[in-house]
Design a protein. Structure first.
Length: 537
């Protein structure tokens, strides 16, 4: 047959290239819970064994007379019946988890070398329970201690056993619970199992009180932006201090407080005496401060719950929702001052002014001690303390031999440390006024250049709170930590809102209690086991 007589194909094959398709096989593995559902319904070993014992007693008396059944069912459960119920449940879970070992022992064969029980030389006792053979046959111990019963680590019955013995030790620690369990049961990987289950105990978690600690956040914009001294200020109260009315005998003393103002940019400190803890006394101290240092654009303070030793009125002073706090905010808003409040119970949010309070108390304790000063003497002494604080170096001293002075807050206030030796007067020296003004401007620019080059760079590294923890979930149960009441009385709450910072890390949450809604930092919240990312694993 010639080529022209060949049959033509009826298929129209396209010239386009088809993409390669590879067969994909998915292998999904899931753990199937094969333990009886009736076992999973119980959360207490005591209740499980008693219910099982009653069922067994009823089953054994089913074929007897009614009088015998009534007399038998009215009797108290005996210890041997509870032991029989425990042996029965152990046989059930051992058959599910160690079926290959039980079959080998029943057939008088050696168990596999890959079995997790190969080192224990297991055997079955008269009750059909798998026990540890071991090497303590001749030890002067009880039979249960020489040959403890084997409990699978992944079984629900093992969880009930650990919980029961943990409660028997009055919520003891891991080592105490392990020691009591070891007298009767052998749990493979027992320390990890007991530790995991104990840390889920709510009563144990109350006293362990592990609070999440988010990593240290970024410095506020006000801390790293050059600005006029005290343009952005943090304020706190220190005290109480005792002020005497007059000198000499027969005087009376009253409680006063120290208002501490700290500049955000330069860390300069201004101290004022407040004669009492009323709103009027604080506003008077604020007026004296602004009259000498200038008006503030932004003022930052705590909410007041961290004022140790102060009266309830002082705690109400800076609370944003209190009438006093509203009066202060309204009074300063007329001068263009904006007030910012930190979350309640979060003193570490105001570390700048807390450090200034600590430094102020350092000088107070070492110089005054128990001495009571008058109002004028206290004001004089606080101005000297203020000069000391404003003369401290902002960073470590330089190793440069040509650099004799360190940058201090006083450089931004008067051009030199406040405790520096006065220089010789230049009034009699002929000098061009414009040149002198330019010299002062150059000195100011030099201070800010040194501030940007040395001080700001020294704030880069984080000193603590380096590890990042997973944020809690909305709806998680927690305890509100308090230093005034014991952990057993900490109120239970639920997280209803997260407040992430500018870096996306949650450091403040809103919690709901049966009586109110509260805003608290994560460091004052104890997440209950099984409700957060850290314990869910």
């Amino acid at each position: 047959m010639d080529r022209d007589s060949w049959p033509s194909p009826s298929l129209d094959i396209s010239g386009e290239e088809l993409p390669d398709r590879r067969a994909v096989a998915l292998n999904a593995q899931c753990k199937v819970d094969t333990e009886p559902k009736i076992l999973l319904r119980f959360s207490s070993l005591h209740r499980l064994l008693r219910v099982t014992a009653w069922c067994r007693r009823w089953q054994s008396t089913a074929a007897r007379t009614n009088e015998y059944v009534k007399r038998k069912m009215d009797a108290t459960i005996q210890p041997d019946e509870l032991d029989s119920a425990l042996f029965g449940w152990l046989r059930v879970v051992q058959k599910l988890h160690y079926s290959a070992e039980i079959n080998a022992i029943t057939a008088n064969r050696s168990i596999s070398v890959q079995s997790p029980l190969i080192k224990l030389s297991p055997f079955q006792d008269d009750n059909g329970v798998l026990r540890v053979g071991g090497r303590l046959k001749h030890a002067v111990l009880s039979p249960d201690e020489r040959h403890p019963m084997i409990a699978p680590p992944d079984s629900w019955l093992t969880r009930l056993l650990v919980d029961a013995y943990h409660r028997r030790t009055l919520h003891g620690r891991v080592q105490l619970t392990l020691g009591l369990l070891r007298c009767r049961f052998w749990i493979p990987q027992r320390r990890a199992v007991v530790k995991q289950l104990i840390h889920r105990c709510v009563a144990y978690a109350r006293w362990r009180a592990t609070t999440p600690q988010p990593p240290m956040g970024n410095l506020p914009r006000e801390r790293v932006t050059p600005s006029r001294p005290f343009l952005r200020t943090g304020v706190d109260y220190a005290g109480p201090i005792f002020i005497r009315t007059t000198k000499g005998r027969g005087h009376r003393s009253y409680k006063g407080f120290i208002a501490v103002f700290v500049c955000f940019a330069t860390k300069a400190v201004h101290l004022e005496v407040a004669s009492d803890y009323t709103t009027e006394a604080f506003l008077a101290a604020l007026r004296r401060f602004t009259a000498r240092r200038g008006l503030c654009k932004d003022t930052f303070s705590d909410c007041g719950t961290n004022f140790v030793g102060a009266d309830r009125q002082l705690q109400e002073l800076f609370r944003a929702s209190s009438p006093d706090g509203q009066r202060i905010a309204h009074a300063v808003s007329t001068d263009g001052m904006k007030w910012h409040f930190n979350p309640p119970s979060a003193p570490h949010f105001g570390g700048l002014w807390e450090a200034a309070v600590k430094s102020t108390k350092y000088h107070l304790r070492r110089v005054i001690g128990e001495t009571t000063l008058t109002y004028e003497e206290m004001c004089t002494f606080l101005t000297q303390v203020e000069a000391c604080l404003n003369s401290r170096p902002l960073q470590a001293l330089s190793d440069d031999p040509s650099d004799f002075t360190a940058l201090t807050p006083g450089h931004f206030l008067i051009g030199a440390p406040l405790l520096a030796v006065p220089e010789q007067s230049l009034l009699n020296e002929p000098e061009n006024a414009l040149t002198r003004w330019q010299l002062l401007q150059k000195m100011r620019d030099h201070f800010w250049e040194k501030w940007s080059r040395e001080y700001i760079n020294g704030l880069t590294s984080k000193s603590e709170w380096l590890k990042a923890n997973a944020a809690p979930d909305v709806g998680a149960l927690c305890l509100i930590k308090s230093e005034t009441i014991p952990p057993s009385r900490w109120p239970l709450a639920r997280i209803i809102q997260l407040h992430p910072g500018d870096d996306g890390i949650v450091r403040v949450v809103t919690v709901w209690t049966p009586s109110s809604e509260l805003v608290r930092p994560l460091t004052k919240v104890v997440l209950l086991p099984g409700t957060d990312h850290n314990t869910a694993a």
